[in-house]
Design a protein around this ligand. Structure first.
Ligand SMILES: [Zn+2]
Length: 98
């Protein structure tokens, strides 16, 4: 998909069911270190980093993996900072919004 310009280096982390049962959304980590979700909510998110209910839920449930991935890419200090920013965004996400 053209949503992911660096797809060759993109890691797919999870596939989560849509809340309406109409299929699945993919949670991915791009080569650009952005955590993507393929849903429209993520695409239109004004948060930085971008966030949606699926990504927020995945991040909160997989904190260890988030930190591991960022540490692998950036080392402990930088990686942890990036992870913290993502986790803060996930924790602040209002899951009631669609
Ligand atoms: Zn989503």
């Amino acid at each position: 998909m053209s949503l992911f310009p660096n797809q060759t280096q993109t890691q797919t982390l999870a596939s989560v069911p849509s809340s309406r049962g109409l299929g699945f959304y993919d949670i991915k980590l791009g080569r650009d270190d952005v955590f993507y979700c393929s849903c429209p909510g993520w695409m239109h998110s004004k948060k930085r980093p971008k966030m949606c209910r699926h990504l927020a839920s995945w991040v909160v449930g997989n904190l260890g993996e988030v930190f591991d991935l960022m540490e692998q890419r950036h080392g402990k200090d930088k990686g942890d900072k990036r992870s913290d920013a993502l986790v803060n965004s996930a924790n602040g996400y209002d899951g009631k919004r669609k």
